[in-house]
Design a protein around this ligand. Structure first.
Ligand code: IMP
Length: 187
């Protein structure tokens, strides 16, 4: 079964492929499917933003689409950057900005969660939602070279997400948990 991923993010495509392809799904990017979009993600929740992206692609192709919206919610910042995670700062400066906002904040107040909302739009255009969360802490410095985005400062146990291999991250990540729910639904 072929599913179009409503994203141009190569890291997400790789992670989603690694999880769904062993189950027999062919995941193609919106670009490969010939339907690139640049819609404004102006929803107020992760779910609304995921549905906006999914519907844009579905409107062009009328085939099953997966869209995800994800981000990092930091307890001390009352859930920020949350749905604004991608816009929080330029790529490459996000971790440093977050670390500086948490300067002097003690361990017990550094809790954070990665959140992923997946919208699966079926061939009839009906939206189904699956949410995954992964709880951890914000560290004090960047560590590790794997992953992307906020991975180098997100501590899961005593390692950052950027210090985990792709397989290790895929076992516990917010995206993996949301995809597991989607997989259960698709079965
Ligand atoms: P989206 O593409 O609108 O879902 O934006 C998600 C933003 O949250 C990205 O810019 C990333 O910086 C961050 N993010 C989402 N998932 C992850 C992850 O697994 N690791 C690190 N950062 C992530």
């Amino acid at each position: 079964m072929k599913i179009v991923l409503a994203s141009g993010n190569k890291n997400k495509l790789r992670e989603i492929r690694e999880i769904l392809e062993p189950l027999g799904y062919e995941v193609v990017s919106e670009k490969e499917a010939g339907a690139e979009t640049d819609v404004e993600e102006n929803g107020s929740t992760f779910e609304e933003n995921a549905e906006i992206k999914a519907r844009a692609i579905y409107g062009m192709l009328h085939v099953p689409v997966i869209a995800d919206d994800s981000g990092l919610t930091v307890d001390y910042l009352n859930g920020a950057p949350g749905i604004y995670s991608a816009r929080y700062a330029e790529e490459g400066k996000r971790c440093a900005k977050l670390l500086s906002e948490l300067e002097g904040v003690p361990d017990e107040k550094r809790g954070a969660s990665f959140v992923c909302a997946i919208c699966y739009m079926d061939e009839k255009g009906e939206a189904h939602f699956f949410r995954g969360e992964c709880h951890g802490r914000i560290g004090y410095e960047k560590r590790g070279n794997n992953g992307f985005g906020y991975d180098p400062i997100f501590l899961y146990g005593d390692k950052t997400f950027a210090e985990l291999s792709a397989e290790e991250k895929n076992r516990v990540s917010h995206r993996a948990k949301a995809l597991e729910k989607l997989r259960e639904y698709l079965k």
